[in-house]
Design a protein around this ligand. Structure first.
Ligand code: GTP
Length: 597
């Protein structure tokens, strides 16, 4: 296909504004898939994505479209992940295309996440076509949304297309706009090969599949290629495009988007943003902007049943093969035994991996409190990265500690603004900006990442009844008065519950933690003190009183089935408990105890 007849684009949208539905419509209306093969939401391939209604892995599809000018065009849609955890992946996908459709639900308006992604599109010099979706709904208000897009994002909304991805209205107009409004890609077929590695994943039949965008040169089946960042060399086995099912072709030229397979063993060997060139006569200048994946949130994963440690190792090994941004190393905890300290791009990423281990591998897990990486400066002049509060050095050797900060953007209807400000303030936030777009406020806060990783998003949703949207980016490290708080149950420290806290908030957090644990830990035959401490100093304490009666005592000894049932129930309950010294702590305590309300 000549460059002038190619259009590459992505769709920028907030969750639920209709990105997948629109993509499906575009595919369907161009007969890219036969009607009977059309599954709901073709682009979201993983089960978990479908269940949660979020797009995690970038996907792509090639659409043939004969425009009103009578010419046949190739439209390549790259689907970008819609979550902040994957901001870097989004930025690479954006670099692989020339334009974006900005989908805004016309009954809702612009959301914080739309903003983050649209800024990425603007950064990538995209031509942006606004698409106002869901016009079939009575609450649709196109004028209001147009005004918002112009005010908040600052792009011209006069060419916006009114669409119902549900009824199909406006779909042809959208396809025409892609052809007429978005620029054709540029590239030189005779220059040395320069292709961007946009994404990669593991396919059970084909092995590692790599999504590429050709910038210059031509990539052919059988070519010997080199990944410039890793230096790895491969022979290209297969080249193809997605329609959306895979279709093999012989070559990809400039401006084209497709996949290759090359006997690559694991996804780990591919780096998003890497430049692929020919082994011989390749380019010397890689594409700019490559960044290695950097986990920002860490937590321990331990099997509830310690006999399942090897199964867990297996599951983690397998998941890591398919996810270059997930890191792990073995960890031993005095309380929890053998497990893994794992690093994630963010909380969603953590949840996805944890869910997959529990569901696909059927291993029950104890997840310890998520923690960020602290920079600990020691008095002897050295610095360490602290990934696990349990590894905190003796405070007397520490000079100072720095923590990561984020810049958070929150969009919220006016009436909830007060609650949002309070929440941010409570989490040690510093307000940077407050502006209005119609009846909604946009607040920008500088917040410590560790105050956000745990339950900030849940709290935000609950204080705003789900109306707030939230997005953040990492800003860097800053010194603060941080200490390690330990928790002792029955005088024994439970390392998995220790956490880094701000000194001024330690008493409050400690008290809340002890109270929570008192509710969560069942009573035993003896009295159990629950304490929070900094260094050797106890800052909060609760006492769980002793249980007097046997659980079966009230069964009058007579009813044997009832007694058996009770014992079984007790046993089932036990399974989710872990023993610490003489005390059984239920699995959920490790997460619940850390939630603040
Ligand atoms: P993520 O995949 O989570 O990012 O969401 P998305 O933006 O892809 O949204 P999706 O396409 O899943 O649509 C969200 C919901 O809106 C679904 O229930 C759709 O059926 C519905 N929806 C999408 N477009 C329209 C529309 O034009 N009209 C109406 N009434 N509903 C729509």
């Amino acid at each position: 296909t000549p460059l002038s007849h190619i259009r590459n684009f992505s769709i920028v949208a907030h969750i639920d504004h209709g990105k997948s539905t629109l993509a499906d419509r575009l595919i369907q209306s161009t007969n890219t898939v036969a009607e009977r093969d059309m599954k709901e939401q073709l682009l979201d391939s993983m089960d978990i994505e479908r269940e949660r209604g979020i797009t995690i892995k970038a996907n792509t599809v090639r659409i043939d479209y004969t425009a009103k000018d009578g010419q046949a065009y190739v439209l390549n849609l790259i689907d970008t992940p819609g979550h902040v955890d994957f901001a870097y992946e989004v930025s690479r996908s954006m670099r692989a295309v020339e334009g974006s459709l900005l989908v805004v639900d016309s009954t809702q308006g612009v959301e914080a996440q739309t903003l983050a992604n649209v800024y990425q599109a603007i950064d990538a010099d995209h031509e942006i076509v606004p698409v106002f979706n869901k016009i079939d709904l009575p609450a649709s208000d196109i004028d209001r949304v147009a005004e918002q897009v112009e005010d908040v994002i600052g792009i011209d909304a006069s060419g916006a297309i009114a669409v119902s991805a549900k009824t199909g209205e406006g779909i042809v107009e959208t396809l025409e706009a892609i052809v007429t409004e978005l620029p054709a890609p540029k590239g030189d077929p005779d220059a040395p090969l320069k292709a961007m590695l946009v994404d990669s994943w593991y396919d059970p039949y084909l092995g590692v599949v790599v999504l590429v965008r050709i910038m210059d040169g031509v990539l052919r089946k059988g070519d010997q290629i080199k990944m410039m960042q890793t230096g790895a060399r491969y022979g290209v086995d297969r080249i193809g495009v997605f329609r959306p099912q895979m279709q093999n072709i012989d070559a990809l030229g400039p401006g084209e988007i497709g996949f290759i397979t090359a006997s690559i063993k694991q996804v780990r060997d591919t780096r998003v943003g890497d430049t692929i060139t020919h082994e011989k006569k390749g380019t010397d200048t890689p594409l700019p902007g490559f960044k290695p994946a950097q986990p920002v949130v860490f937590c321990g994963l331990f099997p509830v049943d310690s006999a399942e440690f090897e199964d867990l190792r297996d599951a983690i090994d397998k998941l890591a093969l398919n996810d270059a941004s997930f890191s792990f190393e073995m960890e031993t905890s005095a309380a929890l035994g053998f497990g893994f300290r794992c690093g994630f791009l963010g909380l969603l990423h953590l949840e996805v991996i944890r869910d997959r281990i529990e569901r696909e591998y059927d291993i029950e897990l104890i997840t310890t409190a998520p923690s960020v990486i602290y920079h600990v400066y020691l008095k002897d002049g050295t610095q360490m990265d602290l990934h696990n509060p349990a590894d905190m050095p003796d405070p007397s050797t520490v000079d100072h500690i720095e923590e990561p900060r984020i810049k958070a953007t929150i969009l919220v209807p006016d009436e909830y603004l007060g609650d949002v400000l309070k929440l941010c303030q409570d989490r040690r936030g510093i307000q940077l900006d407050l502006t209005y777009a119609g009846s909604r406020a946009m607040v920008v806060y500088d917040l410590p990442l560790n105050e956000v990783v745990f339950d900030f998003y849940d709290r935000l949703k609950s204080v705003t009844k789900g109306y707030a949207s939230f997005d953040y980016q990492l800003e860097g490290y800053r010194e603060d008065n941080l200490v390690k708080m330990s928790v002792l149950v029955n005088e024994e420290p439970v390392d998995a519950l220790s956490m880094m806290v701000h000194r001024d908030r330690a008493e409050m957090r400690g008290r809340a933690m002890c109270e929570k644990l008192k509710e969560l830990i069942p009573r035993h035959m003896f009295k159990i003190p629950i304490q929070a401490a900094i260094g050797g100093k106890v800052i909060a304490r609760e006492t769980l009183s002793a249980l007097r009666k046997d659980v079966t005592a009230k069964c009058y000894g007579g009813d044997a089935t009832r007694k058996k049932k009770l014992l079984e129930k007790q046993k089932a309950g036990k399974k989710k408990m872990r023993q610490f010294g003489k005390v059984d702590i239920p699995q959920e305590a490790f997460i619940s105890a850390l939630k603040m309300d």
